[in-house]
Write a protein that binds this ligand. Structure first.
Ligand code: URA
Length: 243
C-alpha cells in the first residue's frame, strides 16, 4: 500500500490497528535499543517515567537530545523537542518530525508547517506567541512513516513532562496519532471533532493533521470549524462539558 493511501486510510480509521499496550522497550539508562524480554525488570519503565516527570526544562532538553529509548534514535539527525512560548495558552501536538524538522531541529517547518502557520494565522495566532508546538514523538520516523505504538509509548513521558511544564490552557491534537497519544486510546478524528475532551485536566480538542489537509482539500473547511471550536473553548465560551 502506498504511503499516501495508508495515511488516508489511517485518517479514516481503517488502518492500522492501534495497540498502545506495546511490549516494553529497552530504556535509555541501559544505553541499548530494542525490546526487552519477559524476564527484564518491568519497573525500569516506571523508573524512567518517574525520572522524566521530575525534570526541569534543561534536563528535559538534554535527555531528549541524547535519548536512545527506541529505534528512532538510529536514523535521526537530531531530536526535536518543540518550539514556542514556554507559558502558552495553546499547545499544538503533531505526530513526529519530518525530514526538514529533523534537519532544522524545529517542529512543523516543512510544507505541513506552512499550512499550520496559516491555520494559526486564521484564528489570530502566531507560533511562539502564546503558542507552543510539539510532537508525539521527538525523532523522525524513517520515510516519514507513522510512529509505531512502541515508539509513542517510549516518548510519551517526554510529552507528558513537556505538557506539565508548559501548563497550556488548551491542547489541540493534530491528527489521529497525536489524539491517540494524548487520550491513550484508539480514536477516530471524525468521531471526536467538535468535542471538548480532557488531557489530565486540560481541555483538549482534535482536528486533522495539516499534512492530511494538504492531500484532502475538502476537509480544510472542517479543520477551520475545529479551530473556531477550539477558540471558543479557549475563551470559555463553549459550555460543553469535558468528555
Ligand atoms: N508533521 C508532524 O506531525 N510534525 C512535524 O513536526 C512535521 C510534520
Amino acid at each position: 500500500m502506498s504511503r499516501r493511501r495508508d495515511s488516508v486510510l489511517r485518517e479514516m480509521g481503517l488502518a492500522p490497528l492501534w495497540k498502545l499496550r506495546a511490549p516494553a522497550i529497552a530504556i535509555e539508562a541501559t544505553g541499548t535499543v530494542g525490546q526487552v524480554g519477559a524476564s527484564a525488570d518491568p519497573s525500569g519503565q516506571a523508573d524512567r517515567a518517574a525520572a522524566i516527570a521530575a525534570m526541569d526544562w534543561d534536563e528535559l532538553r538534554a535527555s531528549v537530545a541524547g535519548c536512545r529509548a527506541c529505534e528512532l534514535c538510529r536514523a535521526r539527525r537530531q531530536a526535536v523537542l518543540g518550539v514556542g512560548d514556554l507559558h502558552p495558552d495553546w499547545l499544538f501536538v503533531g505526530e513526529g518530525p519530518g525530514a526538514e524538522e529533523d534537519a532544522r531541529g524545529e517542529p512543523f517547518v516543512g510544507q505541513a508547517g506552512r499550512l499550520l502557520d496559516a491555520m494559526l494565522a486564521a484564528i489570530g495566532l502566531r507560533r511562539g506567541e502564546g503558542v507552543y508546538i510539539a510532537n508525539a514523538v521527538k525523532c523522525r520516523p524513517p520515510d516519514n512513516r507513522t510512529p509505531s505504538p512502541d515508539e509513542i509509548v517510549a516518548c510519551r513521558p517526554y510529552l507528558a513532562r513537556q505538557i506539565e511544564l508548559l501548563a497550556p490552557r488548551l491542547i489541540v491534537a493534530l491528527g489521529r496519532p497525536a489524539a491517540q497519544t494524548l487520550l491513550d486510546r484508539e480514536v477516530k478524528i471524525a468521531a471526536l471533532r467538535g468535542k471538548r475532551l480532557d488531557y489530565r485536566g486540560t481541555p483538549l480538542v482534535v482536528t486533522y493533521h495539516p499534512a492530511y489537509l494538504l492531500r484532502n482539500l475538502n476537509d480544510k473547511a472542517r479543520a477551520w470549524e475545529d479551530l473556531c471550536f477550539a477558540r471558543a473553548v479557549q475563551r470559555g465560551a463553549n459550555p460543553q462539558a469535558s468528555q
